[in-house]
Design a protein around this ligand. Sequence first.
Ligand code: ZN
Ligand code: ZN
Length: 472
Amino acid sequence: MAPRSRRRRHKKPLSSVAPVVVTPPTVVTPVPLTLSKPGPSIDTLGFFSLENNVPGLSQLILQKLNMKSYEEYKLVLDGGTPVSGFGFRCPQEMFQKMEDTFRFCAYCRALPSGLSDSKVLRHCKRCRNVYYCGPECQRSDWPAHRRVCQELRLVAVDRLMEWLLVTGDFVLPSGPWSWLTEVVQGWDTWFSMQRLQLDSTLDAVLNSQAMTTLWASAGRPRPDPHVLQGSLKRLLTDALSRPLTLGFGLRALGINVGKVGGSTVHVVGASHAETFLTRPGDYDELGYMFPGHLGLRVILVGIDVAAGFSQSTSASLLEPGTVQLSGHRGLYHDFWEEQVETGQIAHPDLVVAFHPGFHASSDLMESWLPTLLLLRDYEIPTMITVYSNQELTASLQILVDLDMHITAYGANPFASLKPEQVYSNPNKQPVYCSAYYIMFLGSSCQLDKRQLEEKVDGEDPRKYQSTSQRTD
Ligand SMILES: [Zn+2]
Ligand SMILES: [Zn+2]
């Protein structure tokens, strides 16, 4: 099955500082015999693997553009002089560089540099997201591409629109929920509740100067307003998916957020992408989900937590109604020993891992194992998210093998609605961040023991039933 073959292909642990580099997917796409030279090295172009974990578009772009901070970025956009080594000088160049990372023939993998003089890469007219070196490759690729072309059309718009979030020109609507929180069980009800405020926010963004600049620089025509509005909404779900998924976990696991001094959520395996683009107020939505809460502390822990992300503070008591977001750079089991066990950092009421991806390779599994066993043996309520149904199945199997007591799993009502493309293999079905969740608590062995004790102590109803049936 696919997860097993993936396990063999991906050697590098994702949790290492260097991003996972994908091998050219020649397994999937047959290379035409006419191609005498060895295949293009997609690695050198900076394509990262999305096959075992989606790294987030932002990280790819930030590295590609050698962008170190918002300040630098804003400076360039405002016409200032970038510091040396900065990736671009004007918005046009930035979007050009972004687009370059997508420029290779989706069928034969030819790069612009590998084409003969008469040939040039042209994008698919429908989605504007994949490129072909010629009509033959496009025709040969169509049976595979047709399944994803429409979805990739959204990807091509979203990846440009994402800049408005990065620059702060698209500020997410925020404020206490006007509906009873029990009513808001997913995006449908969330959007209905926010409709009025959202409409004016989206209108303002659509008519903003930033939007005009973006499409004047993007090198493609500006799509219709309803297309842009749809994109803004998807980006919004992408940004709010994390805090609302945490809230969903707290709700589903029945965790009390009325604890004096605050309740604590640890987010394990947090990456650079999750923390670099996260601002202090980004988790406020979690607070609105629990009106009257007595403080919520979210601590992002991972070796890739962005430098400069606010470091985790002491286990001091929180004021009621505050949401405190902080980060800690390091491995979770070290963090546990040094910070949690010593009482310096609050013990978690819930632990969440967004896309741990441990099903994808044995190396990744190895790096996750100490954390998983710790969570199991200390009986910490835990939730993980995955990108696809296939990953859900593979991850469940691993957790069952580890004797985890699975309490729930399924589709996440607050999954991101923004499709994520597999860069190296654009014809692969796009995935969605946190599309599915798995919750577990302690070990299934211990539970079995407890059940056994209950059965010994009390009457086993089945036994009773069978006896009574026999007497009848
Ligand atoms: Zn080609
Ligand atoms: Zn297409």
